[in-house]
Design a protein around this ligand. Sequence first.
Ligand SMILES: CC(C)(COP(=O)(O)OP(=O)(O)OC[C@H]1O[C@@H](n2cnc3c(N)ncnc32)[C@H](O)[C@@H]1OP(=O)(O)O)[C@@H](O)C(=O)NCCC(=O)NCCS
Length: 154
Amino acid sequence: MIKSKGTKSPEQSKVIKTEIVCPNDTNPMGILQGGQLVQWMDIAAAVCAQTHAEKICVTASIDKARFFAPARVGDIIHLEAVITCAFTSSMEIYVKANKQTIGQPHKHLIGDTLLTFVAIDDQGNPASVFKIKPTNKEEQQRYEEAKSRRSGRK
Ligand SMILES: CC(C)(COP(=O)(O)OP(=O)(O)OC[C@H]1O[C@@H](n2cnc3c(N)ncnc32)[C@H](O)[C@@H]1OP(=O)(O)O)[C@@H](O)C(=O)NCCC(=O)NCCS
């Protein structure tokens, strides 16, 4: 039986990660590869999960990565990872990616995904994590949606 811990807010583990699209990250058209974007998302989400759990965490699943618009060589990619809900040893993390083209004032959403991470102990077994305490309406909505997605997955 895994013993539960206290609570934390999503803000306490929010991660902002910035990348620049280099030629090695693209396909022959010079467009950012989807797999590269997912790798950056996975890293941002792992930092978020591990900061929340204060433990090593592994990726258990990546749900429905969506790509809305292309990014090209030289674009700056801003990734934001935030925990939506924590269960016993698992946590759902939402990651969105915006691109910024140098010389243009606005950022554009290019993709997002949901990942589930599981905290593990020194023996590699699932370990308990802090619960989430939403502190505003947006966090509360994400929290409720995550709970219903988990029921759906089960
Ligand atoms: C993730 C992992 C630690 C789960 O171990 P397990 O022995 O199956 O653990 P359990 O069945 O007891 O489940 C533990 C938790 O993981 C969750 N979980 C397990 N598989 C999952 C999946 N595919 N998607 C989402 N959650 C999952 C369970 O719901 C449970 O959550 P809870 O404790 O919050 O209720 C194990 O499957 C693993 O090590 N996988 C490989 C991880 C990895 O190497 N990732 C890198 C990519 S290759």
